[in-house]
Each structure stands twice: as structure tokens, then as C-alpha cells.
Design a binder for this molecule. Structure first.
Ligand code: AKG
Length: 280
């Protein structure tokens, strides 16, 4: 039986969803954003492509223009757009999303990262990973709020998750071989544990999927000819965190204030000396 905290007055998340989050490592919650806000997010990021092209991230080659990124080879995504726009910061700290995060974390959230995936037809998938391999939030792991701007399904590249893997430690790479689970590549989890059984999670437009930072997840390629799979993503850490990797500073609290007390891990994390986190 799950109890809502005393200050939780909304009916934004049900006890069943909370139980699923703790049992399986994820849950999907409807309508935390008003449909008109989803329209606004969609319009904003279509415009962003032309206005802020230099802010598009390519993990392996540095920042790039939107039009220079080949989505069959590299994720086509805006990185940290909240750093450039107050509107994105407002969506990052949508009050209903913050309430749900507080319920799931048991503490208020702090905002570490935003991303917007465009994932157009033909785009590659995202290799299987755990977010906290990159964020190195401690002592508690991080959490994601992943809001579908297009319905995400099997054809356009929805997320796959390994239920229950959120209870595992971080998997540290144990060989240099690139693991190609479903040939999606880019995974720090190699070899891929055969006991993990990833399942697809279909998320309708406007719904938000929450998942913990140790949950093993990735996404399929977009196999459609005419449907994007666009997603607005926030990554958060617990207010009780002592540290998060360098790439995620400055961290903001829901009042939009910079939280300066957080340390930057300099090595010796779960994957040993020399690994200090990264963009993911
Ligand atoms: O949306 C995707 O395809 C991947 C997103 C992801 O891995 C994440 O938000 O941690």
C-alpha cells in the first residue's frame, strides 16, 4: 500500500503507478502537460531548429548545426535547451511533473539536464544504458521525465526498458567490444546480461514516462517513412544529492535557483578511477 505524502493534493499519479515505478523501475503518467502546452513545446522546438542551430549536440564530435547532423549515425537532439530559454525552464519545472518527481523520489527534485529528441524517420536508435552511469548522482540515483511529443511506438522508435533492472548496480563496461543489442550500439553495458529482458513501452503523445537512473533502457530506430518520434526529456536528481557529473552543472532547484553546493566527482565512482561521467 502506497501512501501519498501529506502535501500531495493532486491526483496526478495513482498508487498503481507509484507501485509500478518501484517494482519495475518506470511508469507512464497522462496529461501532466496541458494539450496546449504540448502544442507549444512542439512549435518551440520546430522553431529552435532554425534559430539555434549551433546548440545541437553531437556526442562524439562536439556542437553542430542541426542540418549537419546525420540522424542515421548520431542522435539528432537539442542539448540543455533550458540554458537558452526561460520557456524551456518552465516546462522543465512544470508543477505537476515536479509533484510526481517528489512523490517518486521522496524528496524535492533538482533539475540537471534537458534534451529534445527529434528522431526523424530513418533515425538510429539509442543503445542500452543506465542514465546514472553518466550523471553519477549520489548518494541517490537520478530520475528521468520523458514526455512524448509524438506517440512513441514500435515503428517510430519507442523506448525499451528492462523491468527490475533499476535495482541493479551500475553495469561497468567489461570489454572493449561494442555491444550491439538489436544492433543499436552505443552501450556501456557490455557484454549485455542475458537475464535482462527489455520490453517496449508505448507512450501516447502528451504522456510522461518516469524512470529511475539505474533502469537499463534504450530505444529502437525510427523505421517509419513519415513519422518523427519527438520527445522532451528532463533529468533530475534528488535534493539529497551530494554530487553530479561536471556536464550537468549548473543544477537548478524548482525555484530556478542555482544549487552550488553539489560536488563534481573526479573519479573513483562505481566504474573506477578515471571515469568521471559524461553527456549521455
Ligand atoms: O529517447 C530516447 O531514444 C533515449 C532517451 C534516453 O535514453 C534518456 O532520456 O535517458
Amino acid at each position: 500500500m502506497v501512501n501519498f505524502p501529506d502535501n500531495f493534493t493532486k491526483t496526478d499519479i495513482t498508487p498503481d503507478q507509484i507501485e509500478q515505478f518501484h517494482r519495475d523501475g518506470y511508469c507512464v503518467v497522462d496529461q501532466l502537460f496541458h494539450p496546449s502546452e504540448i502544442d507549444e513545446i512542439e512549435a518551440f522546438f520546430e522553431d529552435y531548429k532554425s534559430q539555434k542551430g549551433e546548440l545541437f549536440d553531437s556526442q562524439y564530435e562536439g556542437f553542430k548545426n542541426f542540418q549537419d547532423i546525420d540522424p542515421t549515425k548520431t542522435q539528432l537532439r537539442a542539448m540543455h535547451p533550458h540554458r537558452y530559454s526561460q520557456r524551456v525552464t518552465d516546462w522543465f519545472f512544470n508543477s505537476k511533473v515536479v509533484s510526481v518527481l517528489e512523490t517518486l523520489l521522496g524528496t524535492p527534485p533538482l533539475g540537471a539536464q534537458t534534451m529534445y529528441y527529434y528522431k526523424p524517420p530513418g533515425a538510429k536508435g539509442q543503445g542500452m544504458h543506465q542514465d546514472n552511469f553518466y550523471l553519477l548522482a549520489a548518494p541517490a540515483t537520478c530520475i528521468a521525465a520523458w514526455t512524448a511529443i509524438d506517440t512513441a511506438d514500435l515503428d517510430n522508435g519507442c523506448l525499451y526498458v528492462a523491468p527490475g533492472s533499476h535495482r541493479k548496480d551500475i553495469y561497468c563496461p567489461s570489454s572493449n567490444k561494442v555491444e550491439t543489442w538489436f544492433e543499436y550500439g552505443d552501450s556501456h553495458i557490455n557484454p549485455f546480461p542475458r537475464e535482462l529482458k527489455p520490453i517496449p513501452v508505448i507512450v501516447p503523445r502528451g504522456s510522461t514516462m518516469f524512470f529511475g537512473g539505474n533502469l537499463v533502457h534504450g530505444s529502437g530506430p525510427n523505421r517509419t517513412k513519415d513519422r518523427s518520434r519527438r520527445t522532451f526529456i528532463g533529468h533530475y536528481i534528488s535534493e539529497s544529492s551530494d554530487q553530479v557529473a561536471r556536464f550537468y552543472h549548473p543544477v537548478l532547484n524548482p525555484r530556478r535557483e542555482v544549487v552550488s553546493r553539489l560536488q563534481i566527482p573526479e573519479g573513483g565512482g562505481p566504474c573506477g578511477d578515471g571515469w568521471t561521467g559524461a553527456v549521455h
